[in-house]
Design a protein around this ligand. Structure first.
Ligand code: ZN
Length: 247
């Protein structure tokens, strides 16, 4: 395995009632949550993990997602466009942790035919009307890319050398996955929105299957207890753009 470098980019932010995102929080209090995007460089590979908000959604969410009521719960913003943070033409692939708008929205920015690694269960849910409604998916985010989607079933060593491993961590959505880089870093994504969620189990109040999500959180907690840096999904106190791992 070659040395890996990982950097957190700024995928935008959403402001939303705190009570949605952590059981027991106040619904009247609004919190601004960062949206992380990661760039992993290992060998010749330059892999993006998630894609942040769609820029036109950040400017006008109701207009971009016409007819989608769920987006009204979020106030979106993106100060620094993704294109100003990474040369998108230099990428060799993108991993989607799941299909929510704050992770898949930026897919429209990426070059055609760039491989998009996503769990089969997630992709199939994204094409199923009932699952779309239950999971608040917004199909506009992932329309038109099906020809270069690479479907993955469960845990998967992406390049066969242990440098990047996809960890099947369902629950938040049907086919949510996390990303392990080497031994020391796990991009947990939305298994828990807050770092403390691994211990206090105060998950968001919605999810595809909260029991399954808790089992995924236990899996990541064990990795953290074994020494890995496990990155939460949207914790304002933890997620600051900049270098994350320099091997
Ligand atoms: Zn998210």
């Amino acid at each position: 395995m070659g040395a890996a470098r990982v950097k957190m980019l700024d995928g935008g932010a959403f402001t939303s009632p705190a009570g949605f995102w952590r059981k027991g929080e106040d619904m009247e209090r609004h919190v601004r949550f960062p949206v992380p995007v990661y760039l992993i460089e290992v060998g010749e590979e330059r892999i993006l993990v998630d894609t942040g908000l769609n820029p036109s959604a950040a400017a006008d969410a109701a207009g971009h997602y016409e007819g989608a009521d769920s987006i009204g719960f979020f106030q979106l913003e993106q100060e620094l466009p993704l294109v100003d943070q990474v040369d998108l033409d230099s990428l060799t692939g993108v991993i989607l942790t799941h299909l929510h708008f704050d992770h898949a929205g930026g897919l429209a920015l990426l070059p055609d035919s760039l491989p998009i690694y996503v769990q089969r269960r997630e992709w199939e849910a994204g094409l199923d009307a009932d699952a779309v409604a239950r999971n608040f998916f917004l199909p506009r985010d992932y329309e038109g890319v099906e020809d270069w989607v690479v479907l993955v079933d469960g845990d998967h060593d992406l390049f066969g050398d242990g440098s990047i491993k996809l960890l099947f961590t369902p629950g938040h959505t049907p086919g949510h996955q996390s990303v392990r880089v080497g031994e020391r870093l796990v991009i947990g994504a939305d298994v828990t929105h807050f770092a403390a969620g691994l211990d206090d189990h105060r998950l968001p109040i919605f999810g595809d299957d909260l029991d399954v999500q808790l089992a995924s959180a236990e899996r990541l907690r064990a990795l953290r207890d074994a020494g890995a840096d496990v990155r939460p999904g949207h914790d304002p106190d933890v997620l600051v753009p900049g270098p994350v791992l320099v091997d």
